[in-house]
Write a new protein. Structure first.
Length: 126
């Protein structure tokens, strides 16, 4: 099976010992994305909807760099430090995805990297 690293300047660079994504055959494993601005590297704070949109834009840039689009996402994982924001995730997700929607998990966590309030990762089948 072929394996390649996916990287794009249109999403935040990795802040640890990982790649933005790894493609194995036709499957792309996208690393967790938090609401970092890819141009400044700064964490978005404040308006939760803007934070969620930033995360989806970061995912989109990586998925596009791999040759895919949101319709190719098979599984999406959402991590929130406050599950009361789940309604906002659903609302904004509907702006990026159309039916049939991917499988998804939403997990409440105590903390995320850099103090982020939301993180998402996904698996894409090209």
């Amino acid at each position: 099976m072929s394996r390649s690293i996916i990287s794009t300047p249109n999403a935040p660079q990795a802040i640890g010992t990982y790649s933005q994504a790894v493609k194995c055959g036709n499957t792309v494993y996208v690393s967790g994305q938090i609401p970092l601005d890819p141009k400044t590297g700064e964490l978005l704070t404040g308006d939760m909807e803007l934070q969620i949109k930033r995360v989806f834009e970061n995912l989109k840039a990586i998925i596009n760099a791999a040759g895919g689009e949101f319709s190719h996402v098979a599984k999406l994982n959402v991590f929130l430090t406050d599950l009361s924001h789940f309604t906002a995730v659903n609302k904004i997700m509907s702006e990026y995805f159309q039916q049939p929607y991917p499988a998804r998990a939403a997990i409440g966590v105590a903390a995320l990297p850099k103090g982020a309030a939301v993180e998402m990762d996904c698996v894409v089948e090209l």
